[in-house]
Design a protein around this ligand. Structure first.
Ligand code: SF4
Ligand code: F3S
Length: 106
């Protein structure tokens, strides 16, 4: 499956959700995740993210391997999102900032 990684935190552009043919994005307060049991590896979402937060599971950047389990866990708790919405305030400033994981809200 594909995986949403750290750079999405505090940005949440949501461009990714509209292209998913199986509606497997789930929304939390400041992050999205993909349900690995629903993702069909169509690859459509990956280029939609303006800040490159989505990777195939095998290509998740070094140090972010924990996001594989985090997507699996949180997708069972958070509701599905299928419609694009405004990014979070300050999203442009948070793009590329390191160490965002502690800021993830559940
Ligand atoms: Fe959805 Fe396709 Fe992205 Fe998987 S790869 S989350 S099925 S858009
Ligand atoms: Fe996050 Fe990128 Fe989607 S910032 S909400 S993975 S478009």
């Amino acid at each position: 499956p594909f995986v949403v990684t750290e750079n999405c935190i505090k940005c949440k552009y949501t461009d990714c959700v509209e292209v998913c043919p199986v509606d497997c994005f789930h929304e939390g307060p400041n992050f999205l995740v993909i349900d690995p049991d629903e993702c069909i590896d169509c690859t459509l979402c990956e280029p939609e993210c303006p800040i490159n937060a989505i990777y195939a599971e095998d290509d998740v950047p070094a140090g972010q391997e924990g996001f594989v389990a985090l997507n699996a866990e949180l997708s069972k708790e958070w509701p599905v999102i299928t419609t694009r919405k405004e990014p979070l305030p300050g999203a442009e400033d948070w793009d590329g900032k390191p160490g965002k994981l502690p800021l993830l809200e559940r």
